[in-house]
Design a protein around this ligand. Sequence first.
Ligand SMILES: Nc1ncnc2c1ncn2[C@@H]1O[C@H](COP(=O)(O)OP(=O)(O)O)[C@@H](O)[C@H]1O
Ligand SMILES: [Mg+2]
Length: 316
Amino acid sequence: MTDEPKDVQGAADERAELGDSEIVEARQLAEEAVEETVLPDESALAGLTGTPGIAKPDPILVADGVSRAFGGLKAVDVGHLEVQRGTITSLIGPNGAGKTTLFNVLTGFDRADSGTWSFDGRPAAGLAAHKMARRGMVRTFQLTKALTRLTVLENMKLAAVGQRGENFFNALVPPLWRPQEGGLEKRALELLDRFKLAHMRDSFAGELSGGQRKLLEMARALMVGPSMVMLDEPMAGVNPALTQSLLGHVRALRDEGMTVLFVEHDMDVVMGISDWVVCMAQGQVIAEGPPEQIRSNRTVIDAYLGTRYDEPGAKE
Ligand SMILES: Nc1ncnc2c1ncn2[C@@H]1O[C@H](COP(=O)(O)OP(=O)(O)O)[C@@H](O)[C@H]1O
Ligand SMILES: [Mg+2]
């Protein structure tokens, strides 16, 4: 036995069964595949180190001096942040770090006290949520009580005109969506199919299981054909099997070219799925970098991970 890893040994065994010409052909195919493959954008981040605010090669979102206070408390106070296009970027940090507030401000659901930001190269500060959505930046929402009393399909249609706050009655302003209803319905059904909810189209959203609700939340966000999706704890309280399926959907978004910004607490999930990780604490970005760097970053361990991740076997 050599001490080659198993899969390499496996490949060697396979090679032994192939004729020379087949090997030449396979090599050629492999080389062509490499040439044709558009490298995932996260490769553009290779070699970047984790200084907070570091510039990215092709950022879709650039924020400067964004702050939001509640009373005397500065919930968000971000100096500079860039999110690389086409990546899954995770936002981590302790409860109360300001992650959700930052999402709300950037997507136009809350106002900033100060700061500017641009999305896809155009200034976006102060734009209302539905305008941000039209530009291609959306966030997911937990189904509100009102939405649970609508059918799954109605939820999808509303989401297309929605991102007007989760105000159910606002979103019902009919002229906004009736003219395109046919197209909307088609898109809604395609998405429901993709998220394995097509059979539930006429059920009330309130009848969905916890996991199906999460799928519907993600599907709703895609109704506007976004280029960037902000997911705030999309798998909170979901069982492990469904977590895997949700993660598959998140990866698929990235693989289709979308940018995903993702708040998540489970560090195994974060480490497994992220191209880049941003850590916030007390409103500020305290560190960012590739997952493997963040996991061993002293500042991140002190502020957030504590002993949960840096000691073998230690978990939340
Ligand atoms: N609407 C609000 N009114 C008052 N305080 C708020 C409001 N929203 C958030 N906060 C406070 O702002 C801080 C950041 O909260 P949040 O953005 O929800 O953090 P995270 O999502 O990282 O857990 C917390 O101290 C929270 O209590
Ligand atoms: Mg939050």
